[in-house]
Design a protein around this ligand. Sequence first.
Ligand SMILES: Nc1ncnc2c1ncn2[C@@H]1O[C@H](COP(=O)(O)OP(=O)(O)O)[C@@H](O)[C@H]1O
Ligand SMILES: [Mg+2]
Length: 186
Amino acid sequence: MAVERMKAQTIWLTGLPCAGKTTLANLLFRSLLEQGVTNVEVLDGDVVRTHLSKGLGFSRADRDTNIRRIGWVCRVLTKHGVCSIVAAVSPFRAVRDDVRAMVEQVGGPGSFVEVWVRCGVEECIRRDVKGMYAKALRGEIEQFTGVSDPYEEPLKADVVVNTGTETPSESVDRILEVIHRAASSR
Ligand SMILES: Nc1ncnc2c1ncn2[C@@H]1O[C@H](COP(=O)(O)OP(=O)(O)O)[C@@H](O)[C@H]1O
Ligand SMILES: [Mg+2]
C-alpha cells in the first residue's frame, strides 16, 4: 500500500473511565496504519501518567496540568505534520476547549476533532475493566470520575459515539468518517 501522510489532526477521545477510549484509540491507530497513514501517534492518558505526567494526582489542578501537557505535545506534533490520537478522560470542558485552541493555532480550523466516547455510568460500572469503579464505590479511591468527581459532557463534540449500543467497529467507522471529512475540508 502506498504510504500516505494525512494532514495533521488531533483526534481527542474524551469520556468516562471504561467508556471505550483506549479500545477506540488503538482500533483507529490500526485502521489508519492499514490505510497507509504512518504519521500517527497514540497518547493514552494512562501511559502519559507514567511518563510525562508522573507524580500528578487527580485534583482539579493536577488533572488540568495533565491535559494541558498532552495538548502541548499534540500542538508540537501538529506543527510537524503528525496526527495525534488522544485517549484521556479529560473531564473538564474549559481545558478541552483550551487544548483545541492550542492545536488549532498551529493546525488551523478542523485540526482538532473532539470525540465524545459516550456511555452511561451504569454500563461503565458493569464493564469495570480494571476494577477501579468497584474500588471507588467502596470509597477506596477518591476523586474518581463518574463516582466521586464530575464529568462535564461535551457541548460541541465533532462526533459522539454511543459505545453502550454500538460495536467498537461501528464507533471506529463513524469516527473515521468525520476525520476524513475534516481532512478534506481543510
Ligand atoms: N463501541 C465500543 N467502543 C469501545 N469499547 C467498547 C464498545 N463496546 C464495548 N466496548 C468495551 O468496553 C471496554 C472499554 O474499555 P477501555 O477501552 O479500556 O475504556 P477507557 O479507555 O475509556 O477506560 C472494552 O472492554 C471494550 O471491549
Ligand atoms: Mg483507557
